[in-house]
Ligand binder design. Sequence first.
Ligand code: ADP
Length: 192
Amino acid sequence: MFLVAISGPPGAGKGTQSKLLVQEFGFEYISTGEALRREMAMSTEVGKQIKMLMDQGNLVSDEIVTDIVRDVVKESIEKNARGILFDGYPRTVPQAMLLDEIIEENNIDFIGMIGLEVDENVLINRILLRGKTSGRNDDNEESVKRRLDEYYEKTEPVLDYCKLNGKYFGVDGEGEVDEIHQSINDIIKTYI
Ligand code: ADP
C-alpha cells in the first residue's frame, strides 16, 4: 500500500488538492482536522478537550491524533486499499517519528510529503474569506495567527525531517487549482 502525505500552512489548499488526488488515484483519505472536528461535535470528554485547543488555534496532542491515524491505516489495510492520503498529518516531529513506526510495522510504501508552499499574506486573506462561510470557530484573525505560529514552530521542522530522508516535494501553492494538481500528479506518478 502506498502512502502520500500532504502538508502546508493553514489555508494552503490541502483539502482542495486532496479531493482531486483521491479522485485521480482512488486512495483512502484521512484529514486529521476533519476527524477531530467530528470527534469535537460528539461532545465527549475528549471532544471537549479538542474543542478548547482547536478553537484557539493550538495543535491537539500527538497521542489523540496518532490513535486516529492508526485506526485508519488498519482499516485501509483490511480493505486492501491501493493507497492512502494523509491530509494534515504528521504535523509535529514526534508524529513523524510515530508515522515511521507505522510505516515499518505495516510494510507501507511511503512516497513522501507534498508541501504546498504559500506566502503568509495570501494565507491570512484566504482564511478570513473562508471564515465567512466555513462555520469554523478557528477561522478568525486571532486563531489564524496562532495556527500560523504553531505551523512555523512545529510543522516546518517536519518538512526538514522529510527532506533529510529525501521524502519532501515542495509545490508552489499559489497558482491555479488545476496547475497545482498537475504538479502533484507528476510527482506521485513517478512512484506508482
Ligand atoms: P488548517 O490546515 O486549515 O489549519 P485542518 O482542518 O487541517 O485545517 O486543522 C485544523 C486544526 O485541527 C488544527 O489547527 C489543529 O488544532 C488540529 N489538527 C489537525 N491535524 C492535527 C495534527 N496532526 N496534530 C495536531 N493537531 C491537529
